[in-house]
Every structure is written in structure tokens, then in C-alpha cells.
Design a protein around this ligand. Structure first.
Ligand SMILES: [Zn+2]
Length: 211
């Protein structure tokens, strides 16, 4: 298995190809690859991304079959079942890199902001459970000067929510904590821009600082 830094470089290079409209290096339908992967998989990165149809993870990183272990859920939250999927990849498959991938214009973040600004009857307890997980991030920002600028508030909430999910992964799983310590597993946040197609990676400590 490659190192976490090499895995990060592969994602950066793949996203550069995607955002620049360069030809893909990863054909999705390739019988040789399918047969090679039939009995085993070694994905080099596990990614918690949003379900948004505009952010298909393999596409934006120009990766193919067997490359990425992907968990998609609205708002790229890290609830117990998402954390379990990450644990499975890093522990059982030896995946060295974990990425929390948020994106600009995220509907789940917008829904949470709107819910806090204009509380209304929520049609679904299930959606409410996701909103409630994002809520603490937005509540903090609502106490700042961003309160008066909804679009800026949503943009900042996207970043803060990526940071929060990464922190849940760092501190919410003794297994992941151990693998970070013993095997050098890396957890990073990243944000996809719907306009440019570019993924910006954040360093391990601060979401505001680009890698
Ligand atoms: Zn989203």
C-alpha cells in the first residue's frame, strides 16, 4: 500500500486532470481491472462526501474501479455508521488516507441555516437528525457578524462542517486514533468548488489553512 502523502498526491493529480478537462487516466469499464479486483480490493483513500449529484467522488478525482472507498451522505456528516465505514476501510483494507469532502453550495448546510433562521415544522425526523448534527457548527457562526450575510454564512458553515466531521473522525473512534498513531493514517478536510471543479485540501489542524 502507498503512503498517505502519496495517496494525497494521487487525488490532487486526478482532480487537476478533471478540473482541466484533460483526458482521464482511469477507464471505468475495463475487464482486466474488474478481474484483478474480483477477489481483493486495496482502495488508497476513503472519502466521506456529500450525496449531491454534482460531486461524484470518483469523477472529480478521476479515479476508477477499486481506487476509492466512498461514503456519501447529505452534508458529509460523520455519524456512527459513516465512522464504521471509515474504520472498515482503514483497518481491514489498510487504506492510509481519510478525506472529508464538502462542497460549495451544499443543500444540507443551506437547509440547516434556514432551519435555524426560520424554524419550521420539519417533514422528516431522519432529515432532522442530519440537520441536528450540522446545527452546532451553524449556531456558532450565527453569533458572528456573518449572521447578516446568508451566502457568506453558508460558505463558512461548509468549511466549519468539514472541520467538524474531520474532528469526529479524529476523536470519535479509538480504532482510528490508534491507526493514526501506529500506521500514520492521515485525516484531511477538503472542499470542492462547484464553479471550477477544483478541490482545495485543508491541513490536519486547521480547515482555514490550505495544504
Ligand atoms: Zn452537499
Amino acid at each position: 500500500m502507498i503512503s498517505a502523502q502519496e495517496a494525497l498526491s494521487r487525488l490532487r493529480e486526478g482532480n487537476r486532470r478533471f478540473a482541466s478537462d484533460l483526458p482521464s487516466e482511469k477507464p471505468f469499464r475495463n475487464q482486466e481491472v474488474r478481474i484483478k479486483l474480483r477477489d481483493n480490493q486495496e482502495p488508497f483513500a476513503v472519502i466521506i462526501g456529500c450525496s449531491d449529484s454534482r460531486v461524484p467522488v470518483e469523477t472529480v478525482f478521476d479515479q476508477g474501479l477499486g481506487d476509492l472507498f466512498v461514503v456519501r451522505v447529505i452534508g458529509n456528516i460523520a455519524a456512527p455508521s459513516q465512522i464504521a465505514s471509515v474504520e472498515f476501510a482503514v483497518d481491514r483494507l489498510g487504506t492510509p488516507l481519510i478525506v472529508v469532502l464538502g462542497h460549495s453550495g451544499c443543500g444540507a448546510i443551506r437547509a440547516t441555516v434556514e432551519e435555524l433562521l426560520h424554524p419550521a415544522e420539519n417533514p422528516s425526523q431522519n432529515i432532522l437528525a442530519v440537520v441536528n448534527r450540522i446545527r452546532p457548527v451553524v449556531e456558532g457562526l450565527l453569533r458572528s457578524e456573518l449572521r447578516d450575510d446568508t451566502e457568506a454564512l453558508i460558505d463558512e458553515a461548509v468549511r466549519a462542517n468539514i472541520h467538524a466531521s474531520a474532528e469526529f473522525l479524529r476523536n470519535g473512534s479509538p480504532l482510528i486514533e490508534r491507526l493514526v498513531r501506529e500506521r500514520g493514517v492521515l485525516i484531511v478536510g477538503a472542499k470542492y468548488c462547484l464553479d471550477t471543479g477544483v478541490v482545495e485540501f485543508f491541513d490536519g489542524m486547521s480547515v482555514g489553512k490550505s495544504l
